[in-house]
Design a protein around this ligand. Structure first.
Ligand SMILES: Nc1ncnc2c1ncn2[C@@H]1O[C@H](COP(=O)(O)OP(=O)(O)OP(=O)(O)O)[C@@H](O)[C@H]1O
Ligand SMILES: [Mg+2]
Length: 229
């Protein structure tokens, strides 16, 4: 479902002429199978978020290629990737990335507006999703009026509302207490089992890593554990 082939990436910082190259990923190869939960662990700075940003198309790899559903996404231009993203990928971020001036309802509804769905259908779907994540009573709250766990559920609802076949998550439980974390992990397992959603989850946390069917570790820009393609 996702294949990462011979991907290397580095960043260039500083001014031209005095630029420093920071190598981050070196010849990364792995794949995520349909219906699988794959977790990626690694120390801070090991390149986990960079890898996720490459798969999400926010940056392009210096070398190698990335395929999602048979499409070589690393070749898409920005507009094509934006279109691909809205159809195929859902995101859960540590910092939630909710829009502070929009209510819970409006945040969850937003991807449907971007998709061009008609208003009535949009409202019904948003209400259904609010119910699913247990937030119907909070639909008119702004993010600043919700707890961390509630904000996290809004961000998950927003990721799920377009029925993405794949969800990419970067430290999804980073800001949660352990009980809310448990709830979220149960929810992810349910979505995986009941709807067959494929998950790629990046984490520092052993508890989160363990929900993966497989776990790979990034270290010094390479994969040091787990299955290689
Ligand atoms: N835009 C950028 N420009 C320059 N260097 C960057 C950029 N983004 C990341 N880096 C560097 O790349 C390396 C990997 O960063 P990355 O964010 O992928 O690590 P990470 O494994 O996600 O760490 P953490 O667990 O702390 O989130 C770091 O050394 C970081 O400083
Ligand atoms: Mg990171």
């Amino acid at each position: 479902m996702i294949t990462v082939k011979n991907v290397s990436h580095d960043f260039e910082i500083g001014k031209k002429g005095r630029a420093t190259i920071i190598p981050v990923l070196r010849d990364i190869n792995f794949s995520v199978n349909r219906g699988e939960i794959l977790t990626i662990v690694g120390r801070s700075g090991s390149g986990k978020s960079t890898l996720l940003n490459l798969i999400s198309g926010f940056i392009r790899p210096r070398e190698g290629g990335i395929w999602i559903n048979e499409e070589q996404v690393s070749k898409l231009n920005e507009a094509q990737f934006a279109d691909f993203r809205i159809k195929n990928l859902g995101f859960i971020f540590q910092s939630f990335q909710l829009i502070p001036s929009m209510t819970a309802f409006q945040n969850i509804e937003l991807p449907l507006i971007i998709k061009g769905m008609a208003e009535k259908e949009r409202r019904d779907k948003t209400e259904e999703m609010l119910k699913k994540v247990g937030l119907s009573e909070y639909q008119d709250h702004y993010p600043g009026e919700l707890s961390g766990g509630q904000q996290q559920r809004v961000s998950i609802a927003r990721a799920l509302i377009v029925n993405p076949p794949i969800i990419l998550a970067d430290e999804p439980t980073g800001s949660l207490d352990s009980e809310t974390e448990e709830d979220l992990l149960t929810f992810i397992k349910q979505l995986n089992q009941d709807l067959g959603i494929t998950f790629l989850i990046i984490t520092h946390d052993d508890k989160v890593a363990r929900i993966g069917h497989r776990t790979i570790e990034l270290s010094d820009g390479r994969i040091t554990e787990g299955e290689l393609v």
